[in-house]
Ligand binder design. Structure first.
Ligand SMILES: Nc1ncnc2c1ncn2[C@@H]1O[C@H](COP(=O)(O)OP(=O)(O)O)[C@@H](O)[C@H]1O
Ligand SMILES: [Mg+2]
Length: 353
C-alpha cells in the first residue's frame, strides 16, 4: 500500500533520515514510535509530500508519488494541535478542503453532513464554533476534516500528546474505533510506547532517523531486536555479569556473561510459583506503594532488579529484608555489547522484518 524505499532526508548539512525503508500494508494501523527528535514527523511529512527527499522513492498503491505535490497524493493529515480554525464553525472546518478543491456547495454540504454523522458529530455541533467543543469532539472534527476528502491514507502526528492522561486514554479508543470502522490505512506517530503497543497492528521503532525494528506490538515487546528497543519499550532492569553467572550456576542455563542483559519488571517475582525456575537471594533496597501493587528494587549480585508485587493485604517485605527473586532464565534478554543486536538463542527466536 505504502512503500518508502531508500529515503534520505536532509536539512542543510544535517541528515535527519539517512536511509529509510518502510512498507505499510492495506488497512493497517501502522505506528512510527521513537523519542523526540528521532525523525518521526520528518518521515510522515515526506510521506504526505510536504518534504522532498534527497534520495529514494515514495509509492502509494504501487504508484510513484515522490514528485507529486501533497494535494495530489490522496493523503489526509491530522496534526498534533489539530490545526483547526478557531474562528470558524465545525461545518466550515470540515468543509475547508472541499472549498479549496472547489467542490459545489450543495455537494460539500452533503459530504460534510455524511462524514460528521459517521464520526458522531451532531447537526447541532456542526453549527457550533470549534472553540465551544471539548478536546475529544475537536479531535473528531480534525479527523472528519481529513476523511471528508476521501483520502487513501490517514496520517496522524501525535494527535493525543497535548491532552491530559485521562482524555488521552479515552481518545485512543475513539481513534482506533474510527480507523477500524473506515478501514483506512493509517500511519500514526507517537513517542508514547504504551499508546503504540495498545493501538497498532505493527510498529516501527525509530532511533536517530533509523528504524531499529518493525513488528507487531508483541514481537517488539517480547523479542526486542536491539538494546535500544529493549530499553525504549517497557521497563527492564540491567543485569550484571556476576548476576548472569549466578543464574547459569544455579539453573544450568548458558546465558552469556559478557552480553548486555536485561530482565523486564513483570518477568521477576518474589513468589516461586508459575513456572519460575531460578531464585537468587537479594536485599530489598526500596518499596513504593501504588495501591494495587508495590514496586520493589532488590539488590542482588551487583544488579538492581525492579519488580512489582501485588498488594493483597498480607504483610510485605520491607526495605533491608532478604528476599529471593524468581524468574525464568529464558526471559533474560541479551544484546551484543558493541552492536546492540539481540543475541539469538534457541528458546528465544528473534524475528526481524
Ligand atoms: N525544517 C527543519 N530544519 C532543520 N532541522 C529540522 C527540520 N525539521 C526537523 N529537523 C530536525 O530533524 C530531526 C528530526 O525531527 P522530527 O522529524 O521533527 O523528529 P520527531 O518528530 O521524531 O520529534 C531533529 O533533529 C530536528 O531538529
Ligand atoms: Mg514530531
Amino acid at each position: 500500500m505504502i512503500r518508502l524505499d531508500n529515503i534520505e532526508v536532509s536539512f542543510g548539512d544535517f541528515t535527519a533520515i539517512p536511509n529509510l525503508d518502510l512498507h505499510v500494508r492495506p488497512g493497517e494501523f501502522f505506528t512510527l514510535l521513537g523519542p523526540s527528535g528521532c525523525g518521526k514527523t520528518t518521515a510522515l511529512r515526506t510521506l504526505a509530500g510536504f518534504i522532498q527527499p534527497a534520495k529514494g522513492t515514495v509509492r502509494v498503491d504501487g504508484k510513484d508519488v515522490t514528485r507529486l505535490p501533497s494535494d495530489k497524493r490522496q493523503v489526509g493529515m491530522v496534526f498534533q494541535n489539530y490545526a483547526l480554525f478557531p474562528s470558524m464553525s465545525v461545518w466550515e472546518n470540515i468543509a475547508f478542503g472541499l472549498r479549496v478543491r472547489k467542490e459545489k456547495p450543495a455537494d460539500s454540504d452533503h459530504l460534510v453532513r455524511d462524514i460528521a454523522r459517521r464520526v458522531d458529530l451532531s447537526d447541532e455541533q456542526l453549527a457550533k464554533n470549534v472553540a465551544e467543543l471539548s478536546g475529544g469532539q475537536q479531535q473528531r472534527v480534525a479527523v472528519a476534516r481529513a476523511l471528508v476528502l476521501r483520502p487513501k491514507i490517514l496520517l496522524l502526528d501525535e494527535p493525543l500528546s497535548n491532552l491530559d492522561a485521562k482524555l488521552r486514554h479515552q481518545l485512543r479508543q475513539q481513534l482506533k474505533d474510527l480507523q477500524s470502522e473506515f478501514g483506512i490505512t493509517t500511519v500514526y506517530v507517537t513517542h508514547d510506547q504504551d499508546e503504540a503497543l495498545a493501538m497498532s497492528d505493527r510498529v516501527a521503532v525509530f532511533n536517530k532517523g533509523v528504524v531499529e525494528q518493525v513488528g507487531t506490538p508483541q514481537e517488539i515487546y517480547d523479542h526486542s531486536a536491539t538494546e535500544f528497543v529493549c530499553n525504549f519499550i517497557g521497563d527492564s532492569s540491567a543485569l550484571t555479569p556476576d548476576f548472569v553467572a549466578e543464574v547459569n550456576r544455579l539453573s544450568g542455563a548458558d546465558l552469556l556473561t559478557d552480553a548486555n542483559s536485561y530482565l523486564r519488571v513483570e518477568k521477576a517475582s518474589l513468589n516461586a510459583d508459575g513456572g519460575t525456575v531460578v531464585g537468587l537471594p537479594g536485599t530489598v533496597t526500596s518499596r513504593t506503594y501504588h495501591g494495587l501493587h508495590s514496586r520493589y528494587v532488590v539488590h542482588s549480585h551487583g544488579a538492581d532488579i525492579r519488580l512489582l508485587l501485588r498488594e493483597d493485604g498480607s504483610p510485605q517485605p520491607e526495605p533491608g529484608s532478604t528476599v529471593t527473586v524468581y524468574f525464568q532464565p529464558a526471559h533474560v534478554l541479551q544484546y551484543h555489547p558493541e552492536t546492540g543486536a539481540a543475541l539469538q538463542r534457541e528458546d528465544q527466536a528473534v524475528r526481524l522484518p
